[in-house]
Design a binder for this molecule. Structure first.
Ligand code: GLU
Length: 417
């Protein structure tokens, strides 16, 4: 699905090698971390509204569970590939480890175009997928959640299908579900909120006052739009936003709430009144203090990176910057908050949701947000310290922390037989 042909899983391996050098990983552990523990591929016949049967392909990749049950979202997108899902599952593993929550990492993907499907078709596809992977998921085994083009309704269908197969209600099998089914308050805004907390910490680190700081968001989906709304509450000024159809820019500032209302009405930010049109690439290189790629992998290539003018980059998306682009940004002195830290707010609140489900108790939104703030701020500080200790970028610092903890768990578990 990447814009370039760059294989996201190759990026994972490049990053793993960098972390491995610093961690002096022994070859056995390094080799175990280079591949997923299990890959499940399923074919999903679905009755379409016109009476035809379409066979879709779905994946669930369980990367590593040394630190706890597998955890990670499910993506519906026409560009899904197995290597993409593998990469996303590895990033989930490091992410849960950086956030220090007791989960491993997994990811799911179904090759489909949800924008061209009816609700009925989506429901039938989702239930078929849930049934097909039902023997490998579960609250103690692997807990899915939303990702690109999936949402709380899709989680509700997975929960219902799984519970029907089991014969009793199992709310803890998914997170990011509707509140009425045991979802957590604050989960829907958690990825954006966590990224905003990280931006606040980054701004302190590089001494850019957040009040009045300008920011641009590439990808105005759940993560990007909530990030924009919360950054605005913190006093920053949105100057550009985009989605798959194009972008808008106004140096004097945009109103995030109104941009979101415009997108909800017409399906895109494009055509928002009082702004000039820009392409996604122009947005990434626009003049601003803070840039957030919040769409898909490989958005910031080496060439784009050369033109990035922001002082801080906050990756709301997973894998938006290629390893070559990383080097360019690092050389330019850009302070980049990497995906496995920046967007960990989503899975942190997924963890809080799962804990509430298992304990049968529910917290207020304030309680959830404050636990999120504590967790992600402490993760930021840990990564920042590690980066300073080794004189490396925040990306490398996060990989050292994330991969390091997983390696330690793998080592301590030992090998049987
Ligand atoms: N899909 C989100 C991510 O990439 C959330 C995963 C989760 O909550 O399990 O982090």
């Amino acid at each position: 699905m990447s814009k370039t042909n760059q294989n996201p899983f190759e990026n994972v391996l490049v990053q793993l090698d960098i972390a491995g050098e610093y961690l002096k990983l022994e070859p056995g552990v390094r080799d175990m971390l280079r591949q997923p523990k299990r890959i499940v591929t399923v074919s999903l016949p679905v009755k379409m509204d016109d009476g035809r049967t379409n066979v879709f392909t779905g994946y669930r990749v369980q990367y590593n569970d040394a630190r706890g049950p597998f955890k990670g979202g499910i993506r519906y997108h026409p560009g899904v590939t197995l290597d993409e899902v593998k990469a996303l599952s590895a990033w989930m593993t490091w992410k849960c480890s950086v956030a220090d929550i007791p989960f491993g990492g997994a990811k799911g993907g179904v090759i489909c175009d949800p924008k061209k499907m009816s609700q009925g078709e989506l429901e039938r596809l989702t239930r078929r997928y849930a049934a097909a992977i039902s023997n490998v998921i579960g609250p103690d085994q692997d807990i899915p959640a939303p990702d690109v083009y999936t949402n709380s309704q899709i989680m509700a269908w997975i929960l219902d299908t799984y519970s029907l197969i089991k014969g009793y209600a199992v709310p803890g099998v998914v997170t990011g579900k509707p509140i009425s089914l045991g979802g957590s308050l604050g989960r829907d805004t958690a990825t954006g909120r966590g990224a905003a907390f990280c931006t606040r910490e980054a701004a302190k680190a590089v001494k850019v006052p957040l009040k009045g700081a300008t920011f641009a968001v590439q990808g105005f989906g759940n993560a990007g739009a909530n990030y924009a709304l919360i950054m605005e509450e913190m006093g920053a000024k949105l100057i550009a936003a985009s989605d798959s159809q194009g972008g808008i820019l106004n140096k004097k500032g945009l109103d995030a709430k109104k941009v979101l209302a415009h997108k909800e009405k017409g399906g895109t930010v494009v055509g928002y009144p009082g702004a000039e049109s820009v392409t996604n690439d122009e947005l990434l290189q626009s003049e601003c203090d803070i840039l957030s790629p919040a769409a898909l992998e490989n958005a910031i290539t080496k060439d784009i990176a050369r033109g990035v003018r922001a002082k801080i980059v906050v990756e709301c998306a997973n894998g938006p910057t290629t390893p070559e682009a990383d080097r360019v940004l690092d050389k330019k002195g850009v302070f980049l908050v990497p995906d496995i830290l920046a967007n960990s707010g989503g899975v942190i609140v997924s963890y809080l949701e799962w804990v509430q489900n298992l304990d049968r108790l529910y917290w207020t939104e304030e309680e959830v947000n404050s636990r999120l703030e504590q967790k992600i701020t402490s993760a930021f500080k840990g990564v920042h310290q590690e980066a300073k200790k080794h004189g490396v970028s925040m990306r490398t610092g996060a990989l050292i922390v994330g991969v390091g903890r997983v390696a330690e768990a793998v080592r301590t578990l030992g090998l049987w037989p």
